[in-house]
Design a binder for this molecule. Structure first.
Ligand SMILES: C/C(=C\C[C@@]12O[C@]1(C)C(=O)c1ccccc1C2=O)CCC[C@H](C)CCC[C@H](C)CCCC(C)C
Length: 164
């Protein structure tokens, strides 16, 4: 049954979003701790070129390096991550066509941010494992949202045929 497939997709989507919130919250904690104490050594700082704080504390760590410093949206990227994954998680709860289309659009947007941020990491000559984890989450979210939209379309077409 299509509904069974949808339920499994929903569970996977929700789980991914919760991981996204958790990883973003971890990034937020690390960034704020590092700001308070320069000697703070988080787990995700492995070496000179495998460092998460190098990315978080860079000029791209707040407002994606795009939002002006005097804006009230000049916040750590991780805050946007927490808000974003919470929105996508709530969108995943409803099996409606427009909801899911919006979710697909949001995940496409997030993946463009991933590409941009990955390029920034390349410029910084840094591998931030926390950041890469969010790129992987975003990529899987995109695939699953597209699958979910396909399932909903199929279910609607099946319904139409029945009523004819
Ligand atoms: C933790 C996270 C991304 C990781 C990271 O950003 C971090 C932490 C960072 O400091 C950094 C520094 C330098 C280079 C790369 C990086 C990153 O890689 C979350 C984004 C998730 C997703 C990519 C955001 C999607 C953005 C929304 C689509 C924009 C709208 C936001 C809404 C609230 C309106």
């Amino acid at each position: 049954m299509a509904t069974y497939k949808l339920q499994r997709l929903d569970a996977a989507l929700l789980g991914l979003c919760l991981h996204g919130v958790a990883v973003s919250y971890y990034a937020y904690l690390v960034e704020t701790n590092k700001e308070k104490d320069d000697d703070y050594q988080p787990l995700c700082d492995i070496s000179e070129h495998f460092s998460c704080t190098k990315a978080f504390m860079s000029e791209f760590g707040k407002g994606f390096g795009l939002i002006p410093k005097d804006s009230s949206f000049y916040l750590p990227n991780s805050i946007f991550g927490i808000v974003f994954y919470t929105i996508v998680a709530s969108l995943s709860l409803f099996n409606h066509y427009w909801n899911t289309l919006l979710m697909l659009a949001a995940t496409v947007l997030a993946n463009s941010f991933s590409i941009y941020l990955a390029y920034v990491l390349y410029l910084l000559k840094d591998v931030c494992l926390v950041c890469v984890t969010t790129y992987i989450i975003n990529a899987i979210l995109l695939v699953l949202s597209a699958k979910k939209l396909g399932e909903i379309k199929q279910a609607q077409q099946a319904k139409k045929k029945k009523s004819k």
